[in-house]
Design a protein around this ligand. Sequence first.
Ligand code: M6R
Length: 370
Amino acid sequence: EKGGWDSFMDKEIHEDPEAVRNTLLGRVDLDGRLNLDELHIDENAFKSIDKIIVVACGTASYAGIVAKYAIEHWVRIPVEVELASEFRYRDPILTPRTLVVAISQSGETMDTLMALRHAREQGSKVLAICNTQGSSIPRESDAVLYTHAGPEIAVASTKAFLAQITAAYLLGLYLAQTKGTMYRDEIGNTLEALSQMPEKIQWVLDTQPQTIHDTARRMVDAHSFLFLGRHVGYPIALEGALKLKEIAYTFTEGFAAGELKHGPIALVDEGEPVVVIVPPARGRNILHAKVMSAIEEVQARGAFTIAVAEEGDEDVAQKADVVFWRPECPTLMSPLVDVVPLQLFAMDMAMLKHYDVDKPRNLAKSVTVE
Ligand code: M6R
């Protein structure tokens, strides 16, 4: 079943490129137009949507944050991301023009299911982004966009996360196409960039494992880790932190790099490992400069810095103690590559500690209780 891999997690991380590729498959016409007729939501209903609320738990909720940054930019409608467990207990504002997007790998997460039931009772439409055909969440939704990551067995979610981002991006671009908020060739170029991601992910899988493994050996006794990122690097910091706590039982905290000075920097002491997701130096270079100064600030307090950064970033090469490299790509595509070394790093750490990588203590693959 594991097909020669050490664990399901190992196998599934190596299926990251396929998860993205298969989720795109058949959804883009030859002339570059998105075709999501499978959603069975009529165009006028789509046109009238004025707000999106993503409900999800854990890793799926971080895919939701990535999607929020992209969809607000492309479609110019507000996107809220809400932990499904909080949603129905706070009287959220739901109207027939609100689209609730429930993201779930298993399709059986009770918190998410209860949130979507609440949304439908209040008259909103629910669209599921789900990896499991025929499971409860898509069955109870108005529409479904399946992620085609294939079965995910390891408790720690990996390839499904990439597929969720891909599907949410397709939804965002489809909305932009329907509402006319992006030019046709802009949508085409974005889809083209998305379709190049599997190769870039493969590059990370082919070239980075040795550095990642060496770093894990060096860090295996660390008591805690901080993860920081900005913009779409922020949810990736949260996801990297969750992976490490979940399977290597290491205390981690992920946060937005800008928050460092509002509290977390007090945690930084001699030798504290800090993982930093660095945005591309091109284009959004204001953010790049800000993240570089976060690296300097934690280093000045003795931190050991591990950066995830774009190939050729000289600044990072000089400053960070270790770098996991990613190939060049547009900022909004970077989550799909940046998360990969963090998945491998968490797995290596857990293996070095002789933990059961696929079945971490106290956790279940799908949480079917509220
Ligand atoms: O099946 P779901 O996507 O609804 O699961 C949601 C979370 O329980 C899940 O992502 C959890 O956080 C993972 N174990 C993270 O690796």
